[in-house]
Design a protein around this ligand. Structure first.
Ligand SMILES: [Zn+2]
Length: 348
């Protein structure tokens, strides 16, 4: 081959190579364009999906966790400094709000702001027999329920009020029932009549009396609020120490009322604010109530019982409640309503 022939051949080879490369680029480009023209809106990211989130604020932490577990929504608890233990104070979530509905972005984690506290550091404050008024000597009225609510507000604490139906319906105090609801305290049943002779005659009489309480409460609160409250009861005098029923008979009453959907609560601590039997000579209300409660706390240590403190809606208690709260807070206790507390009766 001549020199020129070789050169020509090399030139041709080069040309073929460049052309093939160009063709390949064109082919790839057109493939790319075709792909993109064919699917102009295709998005490689999965589409965000939402679901409605139920209202969790103010719910017990255990209740909120159950709801979220059932919906398969992951959550984490963000600790707060609240005096109220184990209650959802605020939630944070990814998503949006539409028509007042919380729309949660599926697959993300919901943050529950709450002070999660172990059972041994939670006190369940309970007040029986209200709403109550006392008349001063000059016949001015003293609303003890109002006083108690003011103190609880001041300390940022929630309590359970076992209301007596016959007190609740009186025209000068039924508004306290709505007040209790509004402030996030738990309204619970303490029978309608609080009449031992009547309610402990038979389980049927007991249930009839409780039904009377229920319709009175529904009347005062309205259907919606009434239905939003669970059913919690404390037997007048307790399940096993009321002097009328005891032993197997108590169990019959407990089972009968559970059949109506109630959870039953006695107490594990008391202030003795309704019983002067153990008062020392000359002992003040404050000293007597505090001593009784401290003895109870000492006795409850290591017993694995919920710390349920029995008090009454009465004038003497309104004076001592700040001292009680100061003491318990100083000892590192937190407070909750009975919604988070397992049932507790002395009869069982
Ligand atoms: Zn009572």
């Amino acid at each position: 081959m001549s020199y020129n022939e070789t050169k020509d051949r090399n030139e041709t080879m080069k040309l073929v190579c460049v052309l093939s490369l160009l063709l390949l680029i064109l082919l790839l480009l057109s493939l790319y364009l075709m792909n993109n023209l064919e699917y102009p809106t295709a998005n490689t990211e999965p589409k965000t999906q939402y679901m409605e989130l139920p209202t969790l604020e103010n719910m017990s932490l255990s209740g909120a966790k159950q709801v979220l577990d059932a919906l398969d929504i992951s959550y984490e608890v963000i600790p707060t400094q609240s005096r109220v233990a184990n209650r959802v104070e605020k939630i944070e979530y990814l998503g949006k709000e539409e028509d007042g509905k919380k729309l949660y972005e599926i697959g993300t984690t919901v943050k529950l702001h709450a002070n999660e506290v172990g059972a041994d550091k939670v006190i369940y404050l309970t007040f029986d027999d209200g709403p109550m008024v006392r008349y001063n000597l000059d016949m001015t009225v003293y609303y003890t329920t109002e006083e108690l609510l003011d103190v609880l507000d001041e300390y940022g604490v929630k309590a359970t009020f076992f209301l007596a139906g016959y007190q609740m319906v009186k025209s000068d105090r039924s508004h306290f029932v709505n007040e209790l609801y509004k402030k996030g305290h738990l309204i619970a049943c303490h029978s309608y009549s609080h009449d031992f002779g009547k309610i402990y005659d038979s389980t049927n009489d007991f249930i009839a009396d409780v039904k009377e309480f229920e319709s009175a409460l529904e009347n005062i609160l309205g259907k919606e609020k009434y239905n939003s409250i669970g059913k919690y009861i404390r037997f007048p005098g307790g399940t096993n120490s009321n002097g009328v029923i005891s032993g197997d008979e108590s169990l019959e009453y407990i089972n009968a009322i559970r059949g109506e959907g109630y959870k039953v609560y006695d107490w594990t601590l008391l202030t003795n604010d309704a019983d002067d039997h153990y008062r020392l000579a000359g002992e003040s209300d404050k000293d007597y109530f505090m001593r009784s409660m401290k003895n109870g706390l000492e006795g409850a240590k290591g017993k694995n019982k919920p710390l349920i403190l029995l008090m009454h809606d009465k004038m003497e208690m309104t004076d001592v409640l700040p001292d009680i709260l100061d003491y318990l807070i100083g000892e590192g206790y937190y407070f909750d309503t009975l919604e988070n507390c397992p049932e507790y009766t002395t009869a069982e």
